[in-house]
Write a protein that binds this ligand. Structure first.
Ligand SMILES: *Cc1c(COP(=O)(O)O)cnc(C)c1O
Length: 368
């Protein structure tokens, strides 16, 4: 029997159920089902929340990334064949967005202590085609952007997993030049379907992306770009306006559980995530441990027998996926591949209360 589910949407939305129903009614009554006040309202509120001057809502996180790359291409700041540095353990979406736009991902190993891009390795990956760097705030852990790199290259943050995280008080999504958000239901700020957004401090880029997401038109029936249809649904925007109000308390709740896990888990086969001094600033979308000694599958089976559901983010690096076999299948990144073999995500959703984290830790300590 599952005592500790990895995710439980009934629980997740339960406390907001009535509120979300009312909001749905509000959108139905408005008669406005594409664009409109819910979308512009959400864009404004997300911008206020993270401290970004320009937020453009869109259809999902992958499209947010594609819109950023397409936008920079329309502005002449990126060209087909340009290289973009990104961590070797990145989720597939960022790589798909790059190759879709004719850009070339150049992989750099992550720091195994934080799972985030290891900036000390960036220097060696530079070529005369390097134009941008795409750090990922993976698992909701804020990846600081050194000023040195921001001065030289376009920094595009993949902020899909970290809405609400901060570095020195500055929200992720405002650390680079542009950032992509995903509002996939499981993400820190999740809709009741697909959704996404781009944030940027560059009003020109924002304007291009506003047009690109809507057939490339700057006004009705006037197309200045060969655009896409990547609009944010007003029902989702309305849901997100409500859910945005809960992000801050969710950050605190997640950090509390991280404290419990990190204090209570004590097992020589388990490597816990390191907590840097700025730990309060991470969102902890996932709490990811490593199980060493080739025992990951045994560990997950043991936990499941005790009623604890776990997940693996992710079992295969993007560059080894069948769709990239020809271009990148020959590459090898030992740290990324070791992470794929060792990582386990523990329950961290709203359904996991602090007491559960203590009980799950106790079960983990019995594994041998
Ligand atoms: C979820 C996710 C995306 C893509 O978001 P979708 O809304 O599912 O398209 C991109 N990058 C990362 C790191 C993600 O976790």
């Amino acid at each position: 029997m599952i005592r500790f589910p990895f995710l439980d949407f009934n629980y997740e939305f339960g406390y907001l159920y009535k509120r979300l129903q009312e909001i749905c009614g509000r959108v139905i009554d408005s008669g406005r089902y594409i664009g409109g006040e819910e979308v512009t309202g959400f864009e404004y509120e997300l911008g206020e929340f993270i401290g970004s001057p320009c937020v453009v809502g869109c259809s999902n996180g992958l499209d947010a990334l594609r819109l950023i790359f397409r936008g920079y291409m329309e502005l002449g700041l990126l060209r087909p064949g340009d290289e973009v540095i990104t961590p070797s353990n990145n989720y597939i979406a960022g790589i798909l967005a790059l190759t879709d736009c004719g850009l070339k991902p150049v992989f750099v190993e992550p720091d195994p202590a934080t799972y985030n891009l290891d900036w000390t390795l960036v220097e060696d990956a530079l070529t005369n085609r390097t134009r941008a760097i795409m750090p990922v705030h993976l698992y909701g852990r804020a990846c600081p952007v050194p000023a040195k790199w921001k001065e030289q290259f376009l920094i595009i943050e993949d902020n899909a997993q970290a809405c609400g995280a901060r570095v020195d008080g500055k929200y992720t999504g405002t650390l680079g030049h542009a950032a992509a958000f995903s509002f996939y239901p499981t993400k820190p700020l999740g809709a009741l379907g697909d959704g996404g957004a781009v944030s940027t401090d560059n009003p020109e880029l924002a304007e291009v992306i506003r047009a690109l997401r809507n057939y490339g038109s700057d006004r009705q029936y006037h197309n200045i770009y060969r655009g896409l249809n990547c609009r944010l649904d007003p029902i989702q925007a309305a849901m997100l306006r409500e859910k945005l109000r809960w992000v801050e308390s969710d950050v605190r709740f997640r950090n509390l559980k991280v404290d419990i896990y990190n204090m209570a888990i004590e097992n020589p086969l388990v490597v816990k995530p390191t907590i840097p001094a700025d730990r309060r600033e991470s969102m902890w979308h996932q709490y990811v441990i490593r199980v060493v000694g080739g025992r990951r599958d045994d560990f997950r089976k043991f936990l499941l027998e005790q009623g604890v559901e776990t997940a693996v983010h992710y079992p295969t690096p993007a560059y080894l996926q069948p769709c990239y076999k020809e271009e990148y299948g020959h590459l090898s990144f030992p740290i990324a591949e070791r992470l794929c073999d060792e990582v386990v995500s523990l329950p961290m959703s709203k359904a996991t209360i602090v007491d559960d984290a203590a009980k799950i830790s106790e079960i983990i300590n019995y594994f041998e």
